[in-house]
Design a protein around this ligand. Structure first.
Ligand code: FES
Length: 98
């Protein structure tokens, strides 16, 4: 049973699943690494790093990945303003060459 919870009340993996075939395009503006320490740990002693790109508290997961739970495999999406609550639209398929 997962007991972790973020400061905003979200749970790290509630309702979401991971897949190698799901993708989304996000904008990253940072130009260097983030330094993490024990203050970044959840109440379960773990540090959850965002891999979906939609967290408002990057590099930490804030539960925004739940918006990706119904993405179709093989489709590349974009979210308006990189916001999990923004409009989502498909922009291509995995493996498309530009
Ligand atoms: S993986 Fe949780 S917010 Fe991105």
């Amino acid at each position: 049973m997962l007991h972790a919870e973020f400061r905003n009340g979200h749970k790290p993996y509630s309702g979401a699943h991971r897949s190698e075939d799901m993708a989304r395009e996000v904008t990253h503006e940072a130009r260097g690494p983030a330094k993490l320490d024990e203050s970044d740990m959840g109440d379960d002693g773990m540090i959850y790093v965002c891999q979906c790109g939609l967290s408002d508290t990057k590099p930490l997961c804030d539960g925004s990945h739940n918006a990706t739970a119904d993405e179709d495999d093989g489709v590349v999406y974009t979210y308006e303003n990189d916001d999990a609550e923004g409009d989502r639209r498909a922009i291509g398929e995995l493996g498309d060459e530009e």
